[in-house]
Design a protein around this ligand. Structure first.
Ligand SMILES: Nc1ncnc2c1ncn2[C@@H]1O[C@H](COP(=O)(O)OP(=O)(O)O)[C@@H](O)[C@H]1O
Ligand SMILES: [Mg+2]
Length: 433
């Protein structure tokens, strides 16, 4: 039996979400968003996190957590409410199996919203392209509560009106849609092979925003999988890693490279708490251990990055398809000495070739110097809009010829974005405000 093919995110499409008016971003095994403060890097990451939240906690809650649709919608000049659209593409390496999921949100009365369009297009070898779309009878949430909107026509023949978005609803909907006897085989192919792995990738994406205070304090004995986005279970993750001989060795070796003088790490149980210790040797060669309460911010953040990368968050897959774990880390260089960033960058690159998909944001020249320039996506704000593109060909060439490193270019002239073809074409008439 052949190995399962690996499904990963390949594109993110965004319209009118925060500072992003129109974005079509290609995502590789490693994608590095580079740009100044306020250019919109976190907004791009949040667009993807929003999709994750929609699938895991539901659309209503995902919007509430962000202050409602009005707060996430791009500020239009004329004040007219623009629709927010988000889309993700997932595919295997060859592109033979793929899924494109997208939805559009429109404003409804009283700071409410409605799903204007929702669509899933799946491609599986030997199958017709299966297209599933939502009709406009989805629930609208208004200040007065939920009400059913009028049903409008289906987009095309063979399109099943369903609502996909929401916790685990994809599974349920696929069951409902294709559970009749003769459709069983088809359901299996489309669902097992693409729709289910897609949902797994999307719901298990992890977005790290580590909280130093939480990382530092003794931690409760809690589940070790996955490493929580605020870092609250760092000790449990580390304890779990240290129980595995190979992983423990890897962790110890990396830590020695990252933290000067550190010779070992241990996690000890005190009552119902876990305490993480780093071990050092003093001048007389004696072993001294210090808990994380005494450690520097940079050391703790580096440990957080290690936990995120080394954790065992492999997604279980089907016989045919394996969903690749996805991790986003914002500005992983924070508090870390430039000399150590090479080691960290190496770990990101390794993780991205070793079965995980990684998204980073950074404005650190020292980190960039150790990352492949092909993975850079230059983020800038132009006329109040976030634009994202690959590193300009001219600068990639300079780096390839070893004339300058990416970090040197960033310091000297800034990194330039390869303009999208549409941007170099004659100006399009501006949409009426
Ligand atoms: N709804 C919105 N419409 C337009 N711009 C927005 C909206 N929400 C936030 N912004 C802008 O996005 C910018 C912040 O982007 P952010 O992603 O945090 O930047 P970065 O992470 O690159 O530092 C700010 O300039 C803010 O004004
Ligand atoms: Mg940011």
């Amino acid at each position: 039996m052949a190995d399962p093919v690996v499904l990963q995110l390949t594109r993110l499409r965004v319209k009118n979400f925060r500072s992003i008016r129109d974005l079509d971003l290609e995502l590789g095994p490693l994608t590095v968003l580079v740009g100044p403060n306020g250019s919109g890097k976190s907004n791009v990451v949040d667009a993807l996190r929003f999709v994750r939240d929609c699938f895991s906690i539901g659309l209503e809650q995902a919007l509430l957590d962000r202050g409602g649709l009005a707060a996430v919608r791009f500020w239009t000049a004329g004040g007219r409410a623009a629709d927010v659209a988000l889309g993700v593409c997932l595919a295997d390496e060859t592109g033979e199996n793929s899924a494109e999921y997208s939805f559009t949100l429109a404003a409804a009365k009283g700071n409410g919203f409605r799903i204007k369009r929702e669509e899933l297009v799946v491609k599986v070898p030997g199958e017709q392209v299966a297209k599933v779309a939502l009709d406009a009878s989805g629930l609208a949430t208004t200040r007065g509560g939920k009400k059913k909107l009028q049903k409008t026509e289906l987009l095309a023949q063979k399109i099943v009106p369903i609502r996909l978005i929401g916790p685990m609803s994809l599974d349920m909907q696929f069951d409902r849609m294709m559970s009749s006897g003769k459709e069983e085989e088809r359901r299996w192919r489309v669902h097992e092979r693409i729709a289910w792995p897609m949902q797994t990738v999307l719901t298990r994406m992890l977005f790290y925003a580590l909280n130093l205070t939480d990382l530092r304090a003794p931690q409760k004995l809690v589940q070790e999988n996955p490493f929580k986005e605020d870092g609250q279970n760092l000790a449990a993750v580390l304890q779990h890693l240290l129980r595995n001989k190979a992983r423990a060795t890897e962790l110890r070796q990396t830590l020695r490279r990252l933290v000067v003088g550190c010779v070992d790490i241990s996690v000890e149980t005190t009552g119902s708490f876990l305490v993480t210790y780093l071990h050092y040797q003093d001048a007389s060669g004696k072993n001294r251990k210090s808990d994380l309460g005494l450690e520097s911010d940079g050391t703790i953040r580096a440990l957080g990055a290690l936990a995120a990368l080394f954790q065992n968050n492999q997604n279980s897959g089907s016989r045919e398809m394996k969903p690749k774990p996805f991790l986003a880390l914002e500005e992983p260089e924070t508090n870390i000495h430039p000399g150590m960033l090479g080691v960290l960058a190496e770990l990101f690159a390794e993780a991205s070739t070793g079965g995980k998909q990684i998204l980073l944001t950074t404005h650190s020249p020292d980190l960039l110097d150790f990352l492949p320039p092909e993975s850079f996506r230059v983020v800038e704000k132009v006329d109040g809009e976030t634009r994202v593109g690959a590193l300009a060909n001219s600068q990639i060439e300079i780096v390839r010829q070893h004339l300058f490193t990416p970090g040197e270019l960033l310091r000297a002239e800034g990194l330039h974005r390869q303009p999208a073809p549409a941007e170099t074409a004659p100006d399009q008439p501006a949409p009426a405000a």
